[in-house]
Design a protein around this ligand. Structure first.
Ligand SMILES: Nc1ncnc2c1ncn2[C@@H]1O[C@H](COP(=O)(O)OP(=O)(O)OP(=O)(O)O)[C@@H](O)[C@H]1O
Length: 298
């Protein structure tokens, strides 16, 4: 289990923040083997700083990170896979050569690194680009190479800073499948993302960070259970003023009126809707991760 406990970090301030900038103010969460953990938060919330501390790129002012019950050390980190926010590839090196090279740096024997590289090239749709230099690739393909570099040595833990940003939908699916496989093999995976539908679809657990603090963490189901469900009613071409006095808000697209409400008498709302026009939809919906996120960081 990867345990992140009460991390605090203040950066030295500039002229506009002479007292320094508090980036992390007690961040903590745990990720179990085989768990996919989505780390979400607004720009500047502290996700990258947290991941950098986990990977030893930055030092926390206080707090700790442990892996399998022991403080995380250099040797452990060598067995982690990390995709940093600042992408770090050798621009003039060829794609396959580069991935193999990183595998070798992690101690893989040459034939093993080559096999793992070929496999990842195939999985991430890069086989046809294997002989090209990184600088000749589009940004999305460079991103795929960066991911292959993080995955090549069969890491024990994966820490990925916005791995899906800039990928086309085919590459998103390919990466999601690779990550799910690694997860099923017992690897804890943490990734940050602003693509909340993707996080909702892929992750077992989610941590929402705001201004350096965890404002929510748990399974998507737990986070949903803490929020109220919404009744959504869609009425086609209703009589004017049909929803006057009903709780909630009405949005209108063409002749389609949608009422959303978290309260009120559902049977009364249904009666009013049926009387007003043709009811196309009447149902209770759970909040999406985007709604949970907005509520948590408000
Ligand atoms: N080296 C640094 N020096 C000073 N301040 C920093 C430094 N690195 C980060 N910060 C500040 O720490 C806070 C957290 O930044 P961080 O990059 O961790 O956020 P983030 O959640 O990853 O954001 P984003 O979604 O935009 O990538 C921000 O206010 C940022 O400006």
């Amino acid at each position: 289990m990867l345990e992140i406990n009460e991390l605090r970090k203040r950066f030295a301030g500039g002229p506009d923040a002479p007292g320094g900038k508090v980036a992390l103010d007690g961040i903590g969460f745990t990720v179990r083997p085989g768990e996919m953990y989505g780390f979400v938060g607004a720009n500047g919330a502290g996700k990258t700083t947290t991941m950098r501390i986990v990977m030893g790129v930055l030092q926390a002012d206080s707090g700790s990170v442990s892996w399998q019950g022991r403080p995380l050390g250099y040797d452990d980190r060598q067995r982690f896979g990390y995709m940093p926010e600042e992408r770090g590839l050798y621009q003039k090196m060829r794609v396959a050569e580069q991935i193999e090279y990183f595998g070798r740096l992690h101690g893989m024997a040459a034939p093993v690194a080559k096999k793992a590289t070929d496999d990842l090239l195939e999985r991430l749709g890069l086989t046809e680009r294997k002989g090209e230099t990184v600088q000749a690739l589009s940004l999305g393909n460079q991103q795929r190479v960066q991911l292959a570099v993080a995955l090549v040595h069969d890491p024990e833990v994966l820490i990925l800073d916005e791995p899906f940003s800039g990928l086309d939908p085919i590459a998103v699916d390919a990466l999601a499948t690779v990550l799910q496989e690694r997860c099923r093999g017992g690897v804890p995976v943490i990734f940050s993302s602003h693509q909340l539908e993707l996080v909702e679809r892929l992750c077992d657990s989610v941590g929402i960070v705001s201004a350096g603090r965890m404002v929510a963490t748990g399974t998507v189901e737990d986070l949903r259970a803490a929020e109220s469900n919404t009744l959504r009613v869609v009425v086609r071409d209703p009589a004017p003023g049909w929803a006057d006095g009903l709780p909630g808000t009405v949005t209108v697209h063409g002749d389609r009126h949608t009422l959303r409400t978290a309260g009120g008498d559902d049977q009364e709302i249904l009666r009013r809707a049926v009387k007003a026009g043709r009811v196309e939809h009447f149902g209770v919906e759970q909040p999406t991760l985007t709604e949970i996120f907005k509520e948590a960081v408000a």
